[in-house]
Structure formats: structure tokens, C-alpha cells
Design a protein around this ligand. Structure first.
Ligand code: GLU
Length: 308
């Protein structure tokens, strides 16, 4: 990173400016365990495509990745069964409805980055049992984050499984209209397990940096995700990654991103870097309030918007 000192300064300033929003927003308490996280935690990591990293704040805190797992679900479905099969089961369009809405589904879910779409892509991940499929997801996340410490936060998983009537309904509905071929309960379990994977901002920023690097490992030695799969994934993240604020976010921040109700956001600046913020107070759409503010400022100050 040529301008490391400058990037550090910009991150520090953005964090300071976001302190005004420290108490704004609400934890995602519809999953009871998520109401127990420390609301004031804040961390950010930026990893460039050469693997150089800058971290600020609470960079060791492990949180559930929630919807960010939808990016991995999509990548694995595309790798396992191919583009044609995936998009026969799920659309490519943004939606104005909430991420867990059952309403927009007519023949298939609007896109793979909302719950119904990710439940659809989870049903395409290969493996002879839910455990085997989940092990493959963990392995994939391990290789993309260059880390062996990929956790499963069982308390989050159990808490969501007890309360996830809406996702259960979506899963059974998708089964009834022929989108899901396998057992609806097993697909639901894999989807919720993937949401309950625990990572820190450094690991997620590393995954984002690999995607920014066209799917190549940051040491340049291995193609970890097929380039065509990366292209599709980033396009859909740009169009649909930030819930029903995706358009506004793209205007203000201007690079493919995905957020999760756990409070993290990953951003991918192709050819440059991956970024992850973590701050669990959310706005009405489910996006981290401070995460949005920080990303907006650093995008503007470091000229990271991909459209200009
Ligand atoms: N596990 C969460 C759910 O299904 C993920 C939602 C999100 O992060 O957008 O409700």
C-alpha cells in the first residue's frame, strides 16, 4: 500500500466522525441472542489485494456473519451446479421488500442476497448430508479468509432455529413450488448454520480482498473462486447487497457490498481492496448505522467509488 499513512489517517477520521451516530439504531433482537451482543463494539479492517492490512477498533471480536453468508452460499451454488441451474431457481433483480419477506416470491425469489434467495442457493450446495455441506462451507470460508479459525456460534444458531418461523415458512413454500428439491427442514438448517458462522473484521476483509482480486489468493498462487463466479457475485452485491437501500448505497458509497443483521458490512473495491466494518446498531433496513457512515466517508475521501 503506497499511501498507508494517508489511509490510516482517513480511517481514523471517519471513525471519529461516526462517533456522533454511536447510539443511533437498534440491535437485531428478533434473533434473541443478537440482543445480547455489546452494542458499542466497533471495528474496521481494510486489506489490499497484496494482503497488506490496516485495522482499527475491536478487530478481534467474533460476531455472526448473518446475511454475509449469502455471498458464500451464492459462490458455492454457482461453483457446484453452474450459472444456468442457479438462475433457474433464483432471480437477479433487487427488491423493495424486506430481506425476510415471503411476498416477492411468485415463481422464484427476487435475488440470492435476500433470505428466500439464499435458502434457494443453499439447496444447491453439494454434499451427502447437512453436516457435509456445512463442512464444505466452513472449508471455503477458511480458504477465502486464509484462516483456520472459522467458528460456528452454536448459541446464535439455536436461538435463530427456535424463532425462525418466517424462514421456515419460506423454505416450505419454496419446496411446494418446486424450487427446492431436497428436504425443506434440512435446507433451512444449512441456511441458518451458515448465518451463525463467527468471524472477525480481519477475516471478512480478507475474503472481500480475495473477491477484489478477481478470486485469486492474495499471494497470487491460487484461483480460489472462478473469475466468472466473482463477476456475477459482485454484480449482484452491487445491485442487491444492502437490502432495500441498495440503490441509495450504491450512489453514496459506490462499490459492491453486503451487510448482515449481525452488524457487519463487507465492501469490495475491485482491483484495490476489501473492507469490513462491524458495529451492531442497525437502521430500519438492517444495515449497520455506523458502518454506513464510515464506508461513505472513506469511499469519498479515498475515491473508492467504482463509477467515477
Ligand atoms: N439469519 C438472518 C435471518 O435469516 C439473516 C438476515 C440478515 O442478516 O439479513 O433473518
Amino acid at each position: 500500500m503506497k499511501n498507508r499513512v494517508e489511509v490510516e489517517r482517513v480511517l481514523e477520521q471517519a471513525i471519529r466522525n461516526s462517533e456522533a451516530y454511536k447510539d443511533v439504531g437498534k440491535l437485531a433482537d428478533y434473533i434473541p441472542e443478537l440482543a445480547n451482543v455489546e452494542p458499542d463494539n466497533f471495528g474496521i479492517a481494510l486489506v489490499d489485494v497484496d494482503g497488506e492490512i490496516i485495522v482499527k477498533g475491536d478487530d478481534e471480536i467474533v460476531f455472526s456473519i448473518q446475511s454475509i453468508s449469502k455471498v458464500i452460499d451464492l459462490i458455492m451454488a454457482l461453483e457446484d451446479v453452474g450459472r444456468e441451474e442457479v438462475f433457474s431457481k433464483v432471480g437477479m433483480e433487487p427488491t423493495e421488500y424486506k430481506f425476510n419477506s415471503i411476498r416477492p416470491i411468485s415463481d422464484k425469489a427476487a435475488n440470492p442476497l435476500i433470505n428466500a434467495g439464499a435458502i434457494s442457493t443453499c439447496s444447491l450446495i453439494r454434499g451427502s448430508s447437512t453436516q457435509e455441506k456445512f463442512d464444505r462451507v466452513i472449508e471455503k470460508i477458511g480458504s477465502l479468509s486464509n484462516s483456520e479459525d472459522v467458528r460456528f456460534l452454536e448459541h446464535i444458531f439455536l436461538s435463530e432455529m427456535e424463532t425462525t418461523d418466517i424462514n421456515r415458512s419460506i423454505s416450505y413454500y419454496l419446496k411446494s413450488i418446486g424450487i427446492i428439491d431436497n428436504d425443506a427442514e434440512e435446507v433451512l438448517e444449512l441456511y441458518v448454520r451458515n448465518c451463525s458462522i463467527g468471524l472477525n473484521v480481519k477475516q471478512l476483509a480478507h475474503i472481500a480482498a480475495v473477491l477484489a482480486n478477481g478470486g485469486r489468493s492474495l499471494d497470487g498462487k491460487e484461483q480460489l473462486v472462478d473469475k466468472e463466479v466473482v463477476k456475477i457475485t459482485l454484480a449482484l452485491m452491487a445491485a442487491c447487497g444492502m437490502y432495500e437501500e441498495s440503490g441509495q448505497y450504491l450512489v453514496e458509497v459506490g462499490f459492491p457490498s453486503k451487510s448482515g443483521v449481525g452488524g457487519a458490512i463487507i465492501g469490495i473495491v475491485p482491483g484495490k481492496c476489501g473492507i469490513c466494518t462491524y458495529s451492531p446498531r442497525l437502521d430500519r433496513s438492517g444495515n449497520s448505522v455506523r458502518g454506513l457512515k464510515v464506508l461513505e466517508e472513506i469511499s469519498k475521501t479515498l475515491n473508492l467509488n467504482i463509477f467515477i
